[in-house]
Design a protein around this ligand. Structure first.
Ligand SMILES: Cc1cc2nc3c(=O)[nH]c(=O)nc-3n(C[C@H](O)[C@H](O)[C@H](O)COP(=O)(O)OP(=O)(O)OC[C@H]3O[C@@H](n4cnc5c(N)ncnc54)[C@H](O)[C@@H]3O)c2cc1C
Length: 407
């Protein structure tokens, strides 16, 4: 799909743009048109507190149109937008600097997998709750002995007639302590070859047999947990796809996850226009008489970084268009995950070079909040090339699937 601009669009597109603009003008509160502080992100679910009350209004307004997931079908609560309409909506949201109304694993990972693999009844039950942010989901994949070798997972689900009984433990389960439900990989046939005895199960985290213990990250926050299941119950109606055929769903969901992580870098280094690499460099390094960043070596590094960003963004956008025409290639998500997460790490290394010791503060009055946040984000970026499958694992996939190298 070529870039849509107000000058080359059809009368239908123009009408959709003007309706969308008018709707946003009326329904997007002013405080939702500012950069998002991390602690105001809306993840939904029963523990959501809406630190900024406008974010509740913004979520309800967007969800009522299905625009928290604009391209999902209307029957499941989505916006039912075509790719063109979705692009126009994104442009209009960008133009007013609108915050995302809702972020969630349901939107990025579970929903797309369910649209492909779940039964009609399961879609009707679970998808609208994702659209409205009523239920927050977490991902139960990794285990203490199964990370890169995910198919080695040991958490068992035993058939008990109308339900499964789940026993075992998961680790690095992001936000398990805040989630309402989990999408979980379980072993349902311990005697089958490892990829063939796995099922994809959904169950309630707010039950007696589930314990989530937070683990601290190097950045100081505790976004993930070790999660224990002791006779946790999962209704049989919540087995997605066929029994013992969960590996196919697991892999597809990982592609959606890797796609999401690829886009994590973005253009602004630290949010907002004043957070661009150039502006930060001008502030910390100073400017030459002709208003350029004072150090030519830093200028070169920033230009190189930005050229890679632009080339990456264009390549992702070309791949999305090709996927719409039915030419999707699963290995591409590994390439994007690899490049996107390494690029994000490089961005923070560059920021560190630019800001020097001001980007290494942990606390104290000599650092601004933004500087303290940079230190934490730099440390957090290290996890980008681990979560969703490590960079080494992506390189293995690319070697096999793209380059055709032997195992
Ligand atoms: C911030 C964060 C959030 C996460 N959230 C979740 C979540 O919500 N749910 C969830 O289920 N999991 C989550 N994870 C876990 C993540 O998926 C795993 O950490 C990841 O798959 C790697 O597994 P591992 O940690 O067991 O490392 P290991 O598999 O033990 O790997 C250790 C090292 O060995 C390398 N290695 C392993 N095998 C190979 C190989 N065949 N070839 C070359 N190198 C290899 C790896 O690249 C890595 O450097 C999260 C992780 C992070 C960091």
């Amino acid at each position: 799909m070529s870039e849509i601009t107000s000058s080359n669009e059809s009368p239908e597109d123009a009408a959709f743009r003007s309706e969308t603009r008018a709707w946003l003008e009326k329904n997007c509160p002013a405080s939702m048109r500012t950069s998002m502080p991390e602690n105001e992100t809306v993840w939904g679910g029963t523990q959501e507190t809406f630190k900024n009350p406008d974010s509740k209004i913004w979520l309800e307004n967007m969800a009522s149109k299905g625009w928290t997931v604009p391209t999902w079908p209307k029957e499941y609560g989505g916006g039912g937008l075509s790719p063109r309409e979705n692009k126009i909506l994104s442009q209009e949201l960008n133009d007013i600097n609108a915050r995302p109304a809702l972020q969630s694993f349901g939107i990025w990972m579970l929903g797309p997998a369910m649209l492909e693999f779940a039964s009609e009844a399961q879609k009707l039950e679970h998808l609208p709750k994702i659209v409205h942010g009523e239920i927050r989901w977490c991902q139960g994949y990794s285990e203490p002995g199964a990370g890169s070798d995910l198919a080695g997972l040991q958490t068992r689900a035993e058939d008990k007639g109308d339900h499964y009984l789940v026993n075992g433990s998961k680790v690095w389960t992001s936000y398990a302590d805040k989630a309402d439900w989990i999408f979980c990989l379980v072993r349902t046939d311990p005697d089958a070859p490892k990829h063939e005895g796995i099922s994809f199960l959904l169950f309630d985290m707010r039950q007696k047999g589930v314990t989530a213990q937070p683990i601290k990250l190097i950045s100081g926050s505790s976004p993930f947990c070790q999660t224990f299941f002791d006779d946790a119950k999962a209704d049989k109606a919540n087995l997605v796809g066929e029994l013992n055929k969960g590996w196919t769903i697991a892999k597809r969901l990982l592609q959606h996850e890797r796609q999401m992580i690829s886009g994590i870098g973005g253009n602004a280094a630290l949010g907002g226009s004043e957070g661009s690499l150039e502006n930060i460099a001008k502030k910390y390094i100073g400017t030459s008489p002709d208003e350029k960043i004072a150090e030519s070596a830093t200028r070169d590094k920033i230009v190189q970084h930005k050229m890679n960003d632009v080339a990456f963004k264009l390549t992702m956008s070309r791949a999305r268009e090709e996927a719409l025409q039915g030419n999707a290639d699963g290995a591409l998500t590994s390439m994007f995950k690899y490049f996107g997460s390494e690029q994000n790490k490089r961005k923070f290394e560059l920021l560190l070079e630019i800001m020097g010791s001001q980007a290494l503060g942990w606390d104290g009055d000599q650092f601004s909040d933004r500087e303290l946040n940079t230190t934490r984000q730099w440390l957090r970026s290290k996890a980008n090339s681990i979560e969703g499958g490590t960079s080494e694992v992506q390189l293995n996939i690319i070697s096999k699937r793209v380059l055709g190298l032997p195992d």
